[in-house]
Design a protein around this ligand. Structure first.
Ligand code: ATR
Length: 288
């Protein structure tokens, strides 16, 4: 571990988020606000964990009596392999972002998928069940979870696109065979493919990393955007990505990944502590 003394600097820490890099994570401020609001006197910290150090980190947390942790990029798959049990959500989404340490066991959960579904409902007033969706970056870790959630909710059409188009075939097969998705199309990120698909959907979700940096190009051609669309960007920092800015300019309904962060966080909190968090406190923690 890069910081084996992480608990010494926070003796009251019993929850954490692990990742690499981790210093920009907004999870600590969100969860701490909920813990404080509930009068639960423990600390939620961030821990920098390099690849292949996840097991050592879990062992250290278990030794220190941690309740659990969140897991973020790039550890969501490695963490799943280190669990003794997986919830249905973790199995379905094929990754874990939430671990509960209980009776010497590690139980892996995934709140990203259900969190996204709640975020879409809150932001656009529509359920994934009724939305035809185009997922950009569906071959990535986050994109795959989002696509699987759409299939679980019964989205009437799911268009998957990815720069590396070969990654999509196994995902499309799983959506169709395991979740009974009715219409699944795979496409490259070629302009004509994306423009055609965008015209056939209600909701476009960006789960590529394009937009994290100010100078990034749009994840789809500008000509694919229209005022009738809903556009969700899983990125929350920066809050206004070039995609959202352009979509807003064209009159589309837009939202960023803060709502997904909030709702997945609330689901994780309940999984660890057996009680729902104060969502308003979590929002205040995020300045959201
Ligand atoms: P995460 O777990 O956050 O989803 P990831 O698994 O590395 O991170 O996924 C990043 C996604 O962004 C992938 O879909 C990636 O496409 P590839 O599968 O082809 O790598 C996509 N992505 C990253 N940089 C991109 C770029 N410059 N243009 C298009 N897509 C990009």
């Amino acid at each position: 571990l890069r910081d084996p003394a992480f608990a010494q600097s926070a003796p009251n820490a019993k929850l954490a988020v692990i990742g690499h890099p981790i210093k920009h994570s907004a999870s600590p401020q969100m969860h701490q606000a909920a813990l404080d609001a509930a009068g639960i006197d423990i600390q939620y910290i961030r821990v920098e964990v390099e690849p292949h150090q996840v097991e050592a980190c879990f062992a250290e947390m278990e030794r220190l009596g941690f309740i659990g942790c969140n897991v973020t990029v790039p550890h969501k798959l490695e963490a799943m392999d280190l669990c003794h049990e997986l919830t249905e959500d973790a199995k379905a989404l094929g990754a874990t972002n939430t671990i509960l340490f209980k009776d010497g066991k590690r139980i892996g959960h995934n709140s990203d998928g259900p969190g996204l579904a709640q975020a879409i409902y809150e932001d656009f007033g529509k359920s994934l069940t009724e939305l035809r969706v185009l997922i950009l970056g569906a071959g990535g870790g986050a994109g795959r979870a989002i696509a699987t959630q759409c299939a679980r909710e019964g989205s009437p059409a799911i268009y998957l696109s990815n720069r590396t188009v070969e990654k999509l075939e196994p995902i499309a097969e799983s959506l169709t065979n395991e979740y009974g998705a009715k219409l699944v199309c795979t496409l490259s990120n070629a302009t004509e493919d994306l423009t055609t698909a965008a015209a056939r959907v209600d909701l476009i979700i960006n789960s590529t990393s394009l937009g994290l940096h100010f100078e990034d190009p749009l994840p789809l051609p500008e000509s694919a955007l229209a005022s009738s669309q809903m556009v969700y960007d899983a990125i929350y920092n920066p809050p206004l990505t070039p995609l959202l800015a352009k979509a807003q300019e064209l009159g589309a309904s837009t939202s960023n990944g803060l709502s997904m962060l909030l709702h997945q966080g609330a689901i994780s909190f309940a999984f660890w502590l057996g009680q729902s968090p104060d969502l308003a406190a979590m929002r205040r923690g995020l300045n959201y």
